[in-house]
Design a protein around this ligand. Sequence first.
Ligand code: HEM
Length: 162
Amino acid sequence: MSHHLYVISTFIHIIAACIWLGGMIFLILAFIPGIKNHPDKIDLIASVSLKFRPAGSVVLALLLITGIYQLEIRGVQWTWAYFTGSFFGKVAGLKILVFIGIVLISVFHDYYLGNLAIKAWKLNPEHASTQKLRNISRMMGRIGFLLAVLAAFLGVLMVRGW
Ligand code: HEM
C-alpha cells in the first residue's frame, strides 16, 4: 500500500511542478509578449496573475506535502547530520532552502510588490518610481522562475544522482 501511495505522491509532485513551471513559462513565452501592444495590457496582466494565484498556492502546498512524504518514505532524519552527511541529504537540504526562497519570493512578488507596481503603473505609468517598481517586480519574477527550474533539477539529482 505504501508503495502505491509513494507512486501517487510522486505523480502529484511532478504534475504540481509542471503546473508551477508551466504557468510561468506560459506567461513569459506567450501571454506577456502576446499582449505587448494591447491597450488594456495592465488590466490583463493584473487579472490573469490574480486568477493564477490560488492555483499557484495550491500547487506549492502540494509540492511541500508530497515532497515531505517522499522524503519520509526515503528514510529522512530531520537532523543536521542527515542533511550534510550524504549526496542525497545535501541535495535534499538545498532543495528545501530553494523551496523556501520560492515561497518567500512569490509571497513578496504576488501579494506586495506586484500590487504596488500595478497601482503605480495605472496612476502614473511614465514616472521613474513606477519603472523602478516594474523592474524590481520583473526581476523577482525571474529569480522565482530560475529557482523553480533549479528545484526541478535538484529533484532529478536526488532521484538519479549525478
Ligand atoms: C517548486 C518546487 C519543486 C519542484 C519544481 C520540484 C520538482 C521535482 C521533480 C521534477 C521531481 C522528479 C525527479 C525525478 O523523478 O527525476 C522531484 C522529486 C522529488 N522532490 Fe521535488 N520539487 C519541488 C519541491 C520539493 C520540496 C519542497 C520537497 C521536500 C520538502 C521535494 C522533495 C522531493 C523528493 C523527495 C523527490 C524524490 C521523489 C522520488 O522519490 O521519486 N520537492 N521534485
